[in-house]
Design a protein around this ligand. Structure first.
Ligand code: NDP
Length: 478
C-alpha cells in the first residue's frame, strides 16, 4: 500500500519523491511506503489551508456540524476496513481496533459535530458604567495537529475534530510509524463534503516534517500528543513564535488497590489497564500498589490471570495481546527489562516471544515485576510496553507519597469502597485524571490531560474548543 499526502482534497506524492518503508508489526515485513515529506510539502499544505480558511471560518455551525457527523457515520460504515488497517499497521489486536479505536474516532467527529452547536461565549453587563462587554471566540486560522502511533486514528481525530469544528483549517501529521488510517480518512472527508484545504494530512518524520510544522511562522497553534522529550522540544521551538501549544505527554500512572475494593472487578480491570494495547497506552496503570493485607492473594491471582492472556497475531480475533509497534520499540522494552532483571524479581514474562509463522514479529510476553521501592528506575521511567511493577503498601500516607513521586502526573486509578477515603486520596493525587473503581471510562465532555511532565493544557469537551479559538472582548458603551 502506498500512502500519500492529502492536500487540498487531493492525494499527492511527496514533492521530493522521498519515501519511508512501512512495516507490519505482526511479521516484520515491509508492506508499503509512506511519504517522507519535507518543508516543501508543508508550504503546499499551508497554502491550501490558508486559502480555505476565510470561507470555512464563516460557514454556519449547522453546516460544519452536518459534515462532521457525516464523517462519523462514514467511519462507522467503514468500521471493518478501518479496523483491519489499524490492526495491521500498529500490531494491535483486531478486536481492540474494532471495539475501541475506530468507534472512538467516529465518536470524536460526532461529539464535536454536536458540541460546536452548543459552544457559547460570555457577555458581561457592566452595571453602573452604562456598558456591555461581549466576548467572541474566533478560530485561530491554520493550526497543526501532531499525534503518536499507539492509538493512531483515535488520537489524531481527537484533535482534528475540535479544530475544524471551531472553524480552523488543519495540517495534521500522524506518526510516520502508523500512517494508514489517517491516509484512508482523507477519502471519507471528501465523501462527506469537507471543503478542500480544510483538512490536510502530511506524512513524514517528526524531526524534519514535525519540526517544519512547529516552526512555521504562520501556523497559529500546535496540538501535540507524544513523548515528554518531544513535547519539551516543541515547547522550546514554539515559545519564541508565541504559538498556542497543547501538550499531552507521557505517564507512569499509579494503580492503588485497597483491601476493601470489589476484588473481582478490580482484578479484571487491572489486567486490562496493565496490558491492553500491549501496555502502549499513556493511561496504563503501570505502577500497581496493593494494600499489604491482600498483597499475596493479589499477586497469585494476578499472575494466574496474566498467564491466561493470549498473545497472538493481531489479525486473529482470539488475540488479546498483539505485537508491539516497531522493532525499535521492542528493542527498547527488552533493554528496560534486561536492566530491571539485575535489580528486581520477575514474577512473569520478561522476554520477547517468537510466534510460529510470525517469527519476525514484535511480540513481548506480558511482564510483572515485583519491586521493593518506588524510587527504582523501573517505577520512574515510562516504558510504554506490556510491563507493570507491583509492590505492597501499609498506610494511606505512604501510598499517596509514592503515587505522586514520579516526574509524571497524567492519571491514577484507585480501588476502594470507602467513600471518604476515595475523596481524600483523589484530592491529594498530583495528576490530571483519577478513576475510582474503574479505568479509562471516558465521557468526552470531561477535561483530559496531565500535570508535571505529562503535559500542558487540556483536551476534551469545551476545553479543546477553547484551545482552538481566541477570545476577543468588545466593550460597548451605551
Ligand atoms: P513521539 O514523541 O516520538 O512522537 C509523537 C509525534 O510527534 C509523532 O508524530 C512524531 O513523528 C512527532 N515528532 C517527533 N519529533 C518531533 C519534533 N521535533 N517536532 C514535531 N513533531 C515531532 O511519541 P511516540 O509516537 O513514540 O508516542 C509515544 C509517547 O506518546 C509516549 O510517551 C506516550 O506516553 C505518549 N502519549 C501520550 C498521550 C496523552 O494523551 N498524554 C496519549 C498517547 C501517547 P514520527 O513518529 O513520525 O517521527
Amino acid at each position: 500500500m502506498t500512502v500519500q499526502n492529502y492536500i487540498n482534497g487531493s492525494f499527492t506524492n511527496p514533492i521530493s519523491a522521498d519515501w519511508l518503508d512501512n512495516y507490519c508489526p505482526a511479521d516484520g515485513t515491509i508492506y508499503g511506503k509512506t511519504p517522507n515529506s519535507s518543508q516543501k510539502d508543508v508550504t503546499l499544505a499551508y497554502k491550501a489551508a490558508a486559502n480555505a480558511f476565510p470561507s470555512w471560518s464563516q460557514t454556519t455551525l449547522e453546516h460544519r456540524s452536518r459534515i462532521l457527523i457525516k464523517i462519523s457515520e462514514l467511519l462507522e460504515a467503514n468500521l471493518e476496513r478501518f479496523a483491519a488497517a489499524e490492526s495491521k499497521d500498529s500490531g494491535k489486536p483486531i478486536q481492540l481496533a474494532t471495539a475501541v479505536d475506530i468507534p472512538r474516532a467516529a465518536s470524536n467527529f460526532r461529539f464535536y459535530g454536536n458540541a460546536i452547536t452548543q459552544f457559547a461565549s460570555e457577555s458581561h453587563d457592566s452595571i453602573g458604567l452604562e456598558a456591555i462587554n461581549y466576548t467572541l471566540r474566533q478560530p485561530l486560522g491554520v493550526v497543526s495537529c501532531i499525534s503518536p502511533w499507539n492509538l493512531p486514528l483515535y488520537l489524531l481525530t481527537w484533535k482534528i475534530a475540535p479544530a475544524i469544528a471551531a472553524g480552523n483549517c488543519v495540517i495534521a501529521k500522524p506518526s510516520e510509524i502508523t500512517p494508514v488510517t489517517a491516509y484512508l480518512l482523507g477519502e471519507l472527508c471528501n465523501e462527506a463534503g469537507l471543503p478542500k484545504g480544510v483538512l490536510n494530512i502530511v506524512h513524514g518524520e517528526g524531526a524534519t516534517l514535525g519540526k517544519a510544522l512547529v516552526t512555521h511562522p504562520n501556523i497559529k497553534a500546535i496540538s501535540f500528543t507524544g513523548g515528554t522529550a518531544t513535547g519539551a522540544t516543541i515547547a522550546q521551538l514554539a515559545a519564541p513564535l508565541f504559538k498556542k501549544v497543547a501538550l499531552e505527554l507521557g505517564g507512569k500512572n499509579p494503580n492503588i488497590i485497597f483491601a476493601d475494593c470489589d476484588y473481582d472487578s478490580m482484578l479484571e480491570t487491572t489486567v486490562r489497564s496493565a496490558f491492553s494495547n500491549q501496555g502502549q497506552i499513556c493511561l496504563s496503570g503501570s505502577r500497581i500498589f496493593v494494600e499489604a493485607s491482600i498483597y499475596e492473594t493479589f499477586k497469585t491471582d494476578f499472575i494466574a490471570r496474566v498467564q491466561q492472556l493470549h498473545v497472538g497475531p493481531p489479525s486473529q480475533t482470539s488475540t488479546q495481546v498483539g505485537a508491539l509497534v516497531s522493532k525499535a520499540h521492542l528493542n527498547k522494552v527488552t533493554q528496560h527489562i534486561e536492566e530491571a532483571k539485575k535489580e528486581h524479581n520477575i514474577l512473569h514474562g520478561g522476554y520477547p516471544i517468537t510466534l510460529k509463522g510470525y517469527e519476525n514479529g514484535y511480540y513481548f510476553c506480558p511482564t510483572i515485576i515485583e519491586v521493593a521501592t518506588n524510587t527504582c528506575k523501573l517505577n520512574q521511567e515510562e516504558i510504554f510496553g506490556p510491563v507493570v511493577s507491583i509492590m505492597p503498601f501499609t498506610t494511606e500516607t505512604e501510598v499517596i507519597e509514592w503515587a505522586n513521586d514520579t516526574p509524571y502526573g497524567l492519571s491514577a486509578t484507585l480501588w476502594t469502597n470507602a467513600l471518604k477515603r476515595s475523596l481524600r486520596i483523589s484530592n491529594q493525587l498530583d495528576c490530571g485524571m483519577v478513576w475510582v473503581n474503574t479505568w479509562m471510562l471516558r465521557d468526552l465532555r470531561t477535561p483530559f490531560g496531565g500535570t508535571k511532565a505529562s503535559g500542558l493544557g487540556r483536551e476534551g469537551g469545551l476545553e479543546a474548543l477553547r484551545f482552538f479559538t481566541d477570545t476577543k472582548n468588545i466593550c460597548l458603551k451605551y
